[in-house]
Design a protein around this ligand. Sequence first.
Ligand code: AMP
Length: 302
Amino acid sequence: MQLVATIADTRKLTQQARRDGRCIGFVPTMGALHEGHASLIRAARRDTDFVVVSIFVNPTQFGPNEDYQRYPRTPEADWALCRQEGVDLVFNPSVEEMYPAGFCTWVEVTGLQDVLCGRSRPGHFRGVATVVLKLFNIVQPDIAYFGQKDAQQARIIRQLVRDLNLPVEIRVCPIVRAADGLALSSRNAYLTPQERHRATVLYRALQTAQKLVSQGERDALLVRQRLVELISATPGATLDYAEIVDPETLRPVTQITQPVLAALAVRIGSTRLIDNMILTPPDAEHQMDGTDQSDMEGGRDS
Ligand code: AMP
């Protein structure tokens, strides 16, 4: 495995791989790697011949009062995980390498960037879209892997690829959860044992919503209300948002007649956690099963 900090060296190695006829798979991350990231790396390993992982805590996607400084950084453990998973190249740049003095170009995916997480994190998706486009230009992957855990991010990246004609296929992999249902996240490291226990409410609430919908409930406001109630009833949990949206437009729906995205952001103590689930009404089950969207997402953009 090669560990590289510069754009020039990354370019050299990926260009060589391409000349050798290898298909390049790419997994962008902010490090503090866990099984969720490992699942993306394994998908890339399975589908492609040269796997690149970037590890970069991107300052431009954090707001001024967010956790950029505090974000967990575990470089040695990350490199060990990458080595173990058979990654070919880890790109681990500095902030100066990615944002040299004078940097002033930004990418905005209007509309999609302003709803859900974009509402409480202004500028977040501008930072995400900009860094992902930069990384795509540096690595020039054939296929890039994202997690459904960050459903809005995945949707925005697909739009970016479509709108700017980027020559990359996007594959979205299912959410990896702990045994009790909590979606794995680097930010789970912030939780105290008591908060960690309370954090399971996100998944429990989503499961309740799924149950209502599979029993035939079509009123999105009622399902949303149930999510709100379950979060509000949990001590130490503060709701940022609970929304039932169209998975394509990310706009709220009123009737659940097609698969919808139930998306949650909840503060547990001072830690902001997100989770989501595709809710499929009984008569639309053939459209999407809600557990593995990699084929759906990959198929759309391939
Ligand atoms: P991050 O390091 O948090 O920016 O995440 C890097 C990539 O890993 C993103 O595409 C995330 O959606 C994905 N990811 C993070 N957590 C999970 C998870 N629990 N399951 C699946 N993918 C995940």
